[in-house]
Design a binder for this molecule. Structure first.
Ligand SMILES: [Zn+2]
Length: 296
């Protein structure tokens, strides 16, 4: 499943082509993806100018001149392909291969740039768990986005805010970090990575990093910093791979190569001075990778 950094690299890849462009035609080749397309989907988009392409958690938001806002989710296997006069490109770096089969091209946006360049932005989704919906008002008030927690990017999430979110929680720290009502868009892979960077066990009670005193304060600071850096590093890696891809032969480096613990069961821990090994455990039905030697 694409995680927040992948969605952000998709946004950054599409933004130069979409922002300021006018939608001249939309082909919705099915009646539904995960949900039915909104009524008059194509008609309501046609002729509109895209004023901004944003992201909230793992949702892309396309602001249209005069409304509505198109909310788009990639689901399990969704991706965008960009076809311009210069060639084609698939923005974003994904762990899994993405389908290029035209059978799974479900939505095609035909757009015209302010300088008259025509492009096609194609949504491909073999498993069809992605979706596109309209928000008639502010997207944050839409049921899909209302109630989402803070973004794990930027400077919003600091130690004090993280501690206030975790305070009094008895659930394992990993489970609390995955709770989208607390922090939005932080997925399974990046939680494991952030906990390793912060030397905190995924099994400890979430509330322990919010106790009074310097020790817990340092832990929540360290974890907030680890979350922000693991996400920004992944976005930066996606950005650089995207540039490489556009310049060279299309071979993509995956984020996976830069994971310290994810999918590294049995390998030595790479933290300087640690002699432990990476273990895989299952929490709430999902894999957690961690080093019990340095993560306490
Ligand atoms: Zn270790």
């Amino acid at each position: 499943m694409p995680e927040l950094p992948e969605v952000e690299t998709v946004r950054r890849g599409l933004q130069p082509v979409l922002e300021g462009a006018t939608i001249t035609r939309v082909e919705a080749r099915r009646a539904d993806l995960r949900f039915p397309f909104p009524e008059k989907f194509s008609q309501r988009l046609t002729g509109k100018t895209i004023t901004a392409l944003g992201r909230r958690a793992k949702y892309l938001t396309m602001d249209l001149d005069g409304g509505p806002v198109l909310i788009c989710h990639l689901g399990m296997s969704g991706s965008f392909r960009l076809e311009t006069a210069d060639g084609s490109d698939m923005p974003g770096v994904f762990q899994h291969d993405r389908s290029k089969s035209a059978n799974h091209d479900h939505v095609v946006f035909h757009v015209l740039s302010p300088v008259g360049a025509r492009s096609r932005v194609i949504f491909n989704d073999p498993r069809r768990f992605g979706f596109m919906l309209f928000a008639e008002g502010p997207p944050d008030a839409h049921p899909m986005l209302a109630g989402l927690g803070v973004e794990p990017t930027g400077n919003t999430l600091d130690g004090a805010l993280l501690a206030s979110l975790m305070k009094g929680r008895r659930s394992p720290l990993k489970a609390a970090l995955l709770d989208q009502r607390l922090i939005a868009g932080l997925g399974n892979i990046y939680v494991s990575e952030a906990l390793w960077r912060a030397s905190l066990s995924p099994l400890r009670e979430a509330g322990t990093i919010a106790k009074p005193g310097k020790k817990a304060e340092a832990q929540s600071e360290r974890l907030a910093e680890a979350i922000r850096s693991v996400i920004s590093d992944a976005i930066a890696a996606g950005g650089s791979s995207l540039r490489d891809y556009m310049q060279t032969d299309g071979s993509l480096g995956y984020f996976q190569h830069s994971f310290a613990v994810y999918d590294r069961e049995g390998e030595p821990c790479s933290k300087p001075g640690c002699s432990g090994h990476i273990e895989r455990i299952v929490q709430s039905g999902r894999s957690t990778f961690y080093c019990r030697t340095c993560q306490r």
